[in-house]
Ligand binder design. Structure first.
Ligand code: SF4
Length: 550
């Protein structure tokens, strides 16, 4: 086994936390939990070699448990939940008992345009190797299910031919990046961040110096004023801003994250030119790698370091120990005034159009992605970007083609003029495939959208509904108008699928209409999954009846 190669260790030892948090920069290199042990024993990136040379030939049962439930994540692979288990069994069963011999596979898009070759590859891989499954995630990934270990090398080969991949799509490393779906084309864009994203990906994805971070690490780079890359809830966000003298550049926001202990990113109030973004990303990520807490998994995200240090100390360490220069001060950008989901038809700055369209809660299929390639080709569009709201945006459409494209998208289940319910409902993977889930989400969200479209078709505003299968908040429980955290609840003496409700949260444009970005968790607001339609209808009817201007 090779030893972890992430060895940069600044000499400073200024941190005041007691020994035992496992911070490398303070000399604590001995692993303090099982995850740290397997990461130190063998860099997780090395697992690819074993998949290609051993496991794909010898099958599921040959896989070393530390690889299967640990290092495989660095290749975008999680074992999938065994079919037929209900939510009460999630905490009662072991990993081995919960898992199937198939995998969920996450494919990164990193804010890039998926052209016809990429869409065709995704469609083919799904239909050939993943039982025609495909979900668009709110981190701009395509997620497949039912993948067999024997097929993984062939899938990689097909994806990599068109520049796609799964490296570090999960695990304690730089997870898939969020970019603006309208980077480089939106008339109201402050700055196009896509060259910086591409360069960060080129330098650091698959780079062993950054593949053993304390925990998952989420990046967002967007120069669109709608904050369409959800910078508030990423670990490291570059946010378009304008300096009065230097012009367009990026502010740096750090330490955002949801799950338990949700925290919004801290704004540094700086100006970073486009060309410096990759270097600053490296510096921020190095602070996290070296000073991040590695003792308790539930305290290992960057947000906990920020909570202890505060933003001033973070900036000081970043500048003095890593960048070796001061960042330029600049007021943070104003709150957005437009919606960042990009749904509908919009004019690009070059006179072409982009069209944002919605499946229901991100669920598509390989067949849909292949059909989408056909639609893009038929109408001469440039390609598609995924959004951080589980939607797609077709880019580069001639004005004469818009109407036909919108009709063809509709035919394949992608609505450019969706109902407010369909537009604003997201769902995580949930009980269908996720081992941590307590309740079903995708099918529940689909049924909720259909029922609300029938019961309140006249809805004249955006009401965001985020359906999550457990407290991990992959579909951002806390920052929706109606955020639903899956749990088993007691109803008439029986355990049934249900949700803890969080009401009135929102980021981006929605944050202007809320008292706090995080919805209020009301003790009495637990609702069974079976009664969710009635609950949402009640809440929304009361809201519509009692709302005031603004
Ligand atoms: Fe799985 Fe929970 Fe994340 Fe949903 S929120 S995908 S159930 S871990």
């Amino acid at each position: 086994m090779t030893i972890d190669t992430s060895t940069r260790r600044p000499a400073r030892t200024r941190d005041a936390r007691p020994r035992g948090e496992g911070q490398w920069a303070l000399g604590h290199r001995e692993p303090l939990n099982a995850n740290e042990v397997f990461k130190k024993e063998d860099n997780p990136l090395n697992v690819r070699d074993r998949i290609e040379k051993i496991y794909a030939y010898e099958g599921f049962d040959s896989i070393d448990p530390d690889d299967l439930r640990g290092r495989f994540r660095w290749m975008g692979l999680y074992t999938q939940r065994k079919q037929g288990l209900d939510g009460t069994q999630t905490s009662a069963l072991s990993d081995e008992e919960l898992e199937d011999s198939h995998f969920m596979m996450r494919i990164r898009s990193d804010g890039a345009i998926l052209g016809i070759p990429q869409l065709r590859a995704l469609g083919e891989v799904s239909t050939t190797y993943a039982r025609d499954t495909a979900d668009i995630t709110d981190r701009q990934n395509i997620q497949l299910h039912w993948v067999r270990i024997e097929d993984v090398p062939a899938i990689w080969e097909r994806l990599e031919k068109v520049g796609l991949g799964t490296t570090e799509a999960c695990g304690d490393g730089p997870r898939p990046f969020l970019g603006s779906p309208v980077a480089g084309i939106a008339a109201d864009e402050i700055i196009d961040g896509s060259p910086a994203l591409a360069e960060i990906k080129r330098r650091y994805i698959g780079n062993p110096d950054f593949s053993n971070l304390p925990r998952k690490y989420k990046t967002s780079v967007s120069g669109h004023p709608s904050l369409d890359g959800a910078p508030e809830v990423n670990d490291c966000s570059f946010v378009g801003t304008v300096h009065p003298e230097h012009g367009p550049g990026f502010d740096l926001w750090v330490g955002g994250g949801l799950a338990t202990n949700p925290m919004l990113a801290h704004k540094l109030g700086v100006w970073i030119p486009l060309a410096d973004v990759p270097d600053v990303w490296e510096a921020v990520t190095s602070v996290f790698r070296d000073y991040g807490y590695r003792r308790l998994r539930n305290r290992a995200r960057l947000k906990f370091l920020l909570a202890d240090w505060g933003v001033e100390k973070f900036r000081q360490v970043l500048e003095e120990e890593y960048l070796h220069r001061r960042l330029v001060d600049c007021e943070s950008p104003a709150a957005p005034t437009t919606n960042g989901d990009h749904i509908g038809v919009h004019k690009q700055k070059n006179g072409l159009f982009y069209v944002g369209a919605s499946a229901i809660a991100g669920r598509v299929s390989g067949t849909t992605l292949s059909a989408l390639a056909d639609v893009v080709e038929k109408h001469g569009a440039r390609g598609v970007r995924l959004t951080s709201y589980q939607k797609i945006v077709v880019i580069g459409v001639l004005e004469d083609e818009v109407e036909g494209l919108v009709a063809d998208l509709d035919e394949i289940g992608l609505a450019a003029n969706p109902s407010p319910w369909r537009r604003s409902t997201m769902a995580c993977t949930g009980l269908e495939y996720c081992k941590l889930a307590l309740v079903d989400t995708k099918e529940r969200a689909r049924a909720l959208v259909a029922e609300m479209e029938r019961r309140i078709p006249e809805l004249d505003t955006v009401i965001t509904v985020n359906v999550n299968g457990c407290p991990n908040a992959c579909a951002r429980t806390q920052i929706a108008d109606i955020g639903l955290k899956g749990q088993q609840i007691n109803e008439d003496g029986r355990q049934v699928e249900g949700f803890q409700v969080h009401l009135g949260g929102g980021i981006g444009l929605q944050s202007q209409f809320t008292e706090t970005p995080f919805g209020r968790k009301l003790r009495a607001h637990k609702v069974s999954s079976a009664k969710l339609d009635d609950y949402v209808e009640n809440v929304v009817r009361h809201y519509l009846a009692e709302r005031t201007d603004g």
